[in-house]
Ligand binder design. Structure first.
Ligand SMILES: Cc1ncc(COP(=O)(O)O)c(C=O)c1O
Length: 363
């Protein structure tokens, strides 16, 4: 079994974690240990219910329980964070020594892996996707980089990927996990997994300590404003991340709202949302097929599509003039003249389609 502590930063492994007033399980009785106010100043029932004069639990038990059930893992295998963005940051800080260690990413991919690594002073090793093969991952080069590049501590992969939308299959994942053995963690970012039929890899965490899965309430749970993500990993990884996370990272209000958006009563609404987005995507793709000026479409498995067009800047500006924001990816390697469009609601899709039609008429 891989010894995670051998690849983590030795100073973090050696550090005694900070003990906040709420880090012990005992938080009842007369609370005079955190210099809080004894009452709130707003006479409103909701404020009473939330006890906002008190610091929140560092990892609220009820939400941990809820997320563990939702993702099918043990509570000891998860850490609640301020979005997946914070999970990415914590992993980079715990596993990469500045000026020494490295992370691997497969661009084009989500931009925060590189940002987090750069902030931490870690080297970023890109293993670019294959442009001749639809921007799919170059698995042989990736496995080679994991095994041969010095100091690799984290391998960031995204399934479905942002912005290309493709999935990583189980067989490829397991081969990469083998390549990571005793060297690095494989961080599988599943921000968009609910939009597709594929199973999450969360259950594999019990078997592979080198696997970390990131989940979020920001996308398919329609709650990006909450900032609630989950790191799913072996308990030894979670313990290390707990040493670095802020003492009270999660606001009481956000955690209360997270319980509401993941309640059983939401399930039907979520199914409906996913069905609406799927139907909207089918509609949008059928429309795009009629646009001869669209050179390439990455359909993908998530709630967006990526297009290559003759002039991305002109298209993005045209849409902006109509009050519609789409994202220009032209500045990224391999994505010249590519734009990404999220799938909105029916009215938004209708507006986008008529704006694209008007753009076409100008060509
Ligand atoms: C692949 C991927 N991971 C993570 C995130 C950020 O998620 P969160 O809102 O949970 O920080 C995004 C946001 O767009 C994303 O595309």
């Amino acid at each position: 079994m891989m010894d995670i502590n051998r690849i983590a930063r030795p100073d973090i492994v050696a550090m005694a974690p900070y003990e906040s007033a709420r880090s012990s399980a005992v938080a009842d009785g007369i609370l005079l240990n955190a210099n809080e106010a004894p009452c709130t100043l707003v006479a409103e029932p909701n404020w009473d219910r939330l006890s906002l004069n008190r610091y929140p639990a560092p990892q609220p038990a009820k939400l941990r329980h809820r997320l563990a059930r939702l993702y099918g893992v043990a509570e000891t295998q998860l850490l609640i964070t301020r979005g997946s963005d914070e999970g990415i940051d914590l992993l980079t800080r715990v596993f990469c020594r500045a000026g020494k260690d490295a992370v691997i990413e497969c661009p084009p991919c989500f931009g925060m892996y590189k940002i987090a690594a750069t902030i931490q002073g870690a080297r970023v090793i890109p293993v670019p996707r294959l442009s001749e093969q639809g921007l799919t991952i170059d698995y042989p080069s990736l496995a080679r980089a994991i095994k041969e590049q010095p100091g690799v501590r984290l391998v960031f992969l995204t399934s479905p990927n942002n912005p290309t939308g493709d999935l990583i299959q189980r067989a490829e994942l397991e081969q990469l996990l083998n390549a990571c053995e005793d060297r690095a963690l494989l961080v599988l970012d599943e921000a968009y997994i609910e939009f597709c039929e594929a199973d999450s890899a969360s259950e594999l965490v019990a078997q592979w300590p080198q696997l970390v899965v990131l989940r979020t309430l920001s996308k398919a749970w329609a709650a990006a404003g909450l900032r609630c993500g989950t790191v799913i990993a072996a308990p030894v990884v979670i313990d290390l991340l707990l040493r670095v996370i802020a003492p009270y990272p999660l606001s009481t209000i956000a955690m209360d709202a997270a319980l509401q958006v993941t309640a059983g009563s939401i399930a039907a609404g979520q199914q409906q949302l996913l069905a609406t987005i799927s139907a909207g995507k089918t509609d949008m793709l059928a429309f795009l097929q009629t646009c001869e000026w669209v050179k390439e479409v990455w359909v993908g498995e998530a709630n967006f599509v990526l297009l290559r067009v003759p002039d991305a800047k002109a298209l993005v500006e045209w849409c902006a003039d109509a009050g519609i924001r789409i994202r220009d990816f032209s500045s990224q390697a391999l994505l010249e003249n590519c734009v990404r469009m999220s799938i909105g609601n029916n009215a938004e899709i209708t507006s986008l389609k008529s704006t694209l039609r008007a753009f076409e008429e100008r060509l």
